[in-house]
Design a protein. Structure first.
Length: 325
């Protein structure tokens, strides 16, 4: 097996970009922090716990979709011979492994390119695949989606199947999702495919509970962002003086998460060279998770030059993996 781990940025650049994004976000009239910074080592571990929560149906639903349709999906992918399987935001790839095992069983000729911002996650994934599926060639890329686009561009002429599972698309602003999928599309050729997981509209209570679980794991996940700023940027957030708050807007189909300051306070963040003031009950917006109608997914795809080939649903019709050409 060949395992390659490429990191497209060095650590000092990472810290400078993080400091800049935090300073920008906390200087806004309405404070905001980018959700991509949730996923340091601790955050990635908390997200794995979220995926096991009884309330967080998304992972189980998609697991079911992939399990029930793995044979059809693998056949679609491998029909035209060798391909790169690029997995955007792979994480622990628990769900992708369903497809990898099936592709290996069908003796498909492909290599696997997981891309994730968590270096820890990519190291663990590479070594677990070496044990479980030694016949699969793995080239893990540590980087943001931007780096994934670079990889796609560098391999523009080669056959590719892009996986964008887990409703990761839902964490983009709508405009960003158009731009991102448009870029992905521009690096694909006729015959290439995109398999995208989307969380569908459903009972708002079910959605809300998934982002405000009883055990408080999602709260810890959200609050870890402040711990991370303390650890990496020399912040002095008193994390216990903030609380997690989540709301779902069923008109827009958007789940929004916030960190709310329980008291009036000031926070110094060394690496930004700045101090930020919070009023009592002032909020920081930390995340959006979009929930879609199937019509919206089709429109989003077609606005970016994709056509729906097949829609694979779970038994509750609450989650879909949409295969685009
Ligand atoms: C990674 N992403 C699809 C998750 C979601 O459902 O939006 C992140 C998450 N945030 C809170 N719980 C899970």
């Amino acid at each position: 097996p060949m395992i390659e781990l490429s990191r497209k940025q060095d650590g000092s650049q990472d810290t400078a970009a993080f400091a800049r994004d935090v300073a920008d976000g906390l200087s806004q009239q309405q404070k905001t922090l980018p959700s991509r910074y949730f996923y340091d080592g601790a955050g990635s571990r908390l997200f794995q716990q979220i995926m096991d929560l009884p309330e967080y149906y998304l992972t189980r639903s998609e697991f079911e979709v992939l399990t029930n349709n793995r044979q059809t999906m693998a056949e679609h992918f491998a029909r035209e011979g060798f391909f790169h399987l690029i997995d955007l935001g792979a994480g622990d790839a628990l769900k992708t492994k369903i497809l990898l095992r099936e592709l290996a069983r069908q003796q498909s000729v492909f290599d696997y390119v997981p891309v994730d911002i968590s270096g820890d996650a990519m190291l663990e994934l590479s070594s677990s695949l070496q044990e479980e599926l030694p016949e699969v060639k793995v080239e893990a890329v540590v980087g943001e989606y931007f780096q994934a686009l670079e990889w796609l561009q560098e391999h523009k002429a080669e056959r590719k199947v892009v996986l964008f599972l887990g409703s990761n698309i839902g964490n983009f602003e709508y405009q960003e999702s158009l731009e991102f999928l448009g870029s992905v599309r521009s690096y694909l050729q006729a015959g290439d495919r995109l398999l995208m997981g989307v969380d569908l509209r459903k009972n708002p209570d079910v959605i809300l509970n998934a982002y405000d679980d009883a055990a408080g794991v999602t709260a810890a996940f959200n609050l870890n962002l402040l711990h991370r700023i303390n650890r990496e940027l020399g912040g002095d957030f008193k994390v216990e003086q903030f609380c997690h708050h989540a709301i779902y807007n069923p008109l827009e189909g958007v789940m929004r998460s916030f960190l709310v300051s329980k008291v009036e306070q000031q926070v110094q963040i060394r690496e930004t060279g700045k101090t930020f003031s919070f009023e009592a009950w002032e909020a920081i917006h930390t995340e959006n998770s979009h929930k879609y109608t199937l019509r919206q997914v089709e429109e989003l795809g077609s606005a970016c030059g994709f056509k729906v080939e097949t829609v694979f649903y779970d038994s509750q019709r609450g989650f879909a993996d949409v295969l685009f050409t």
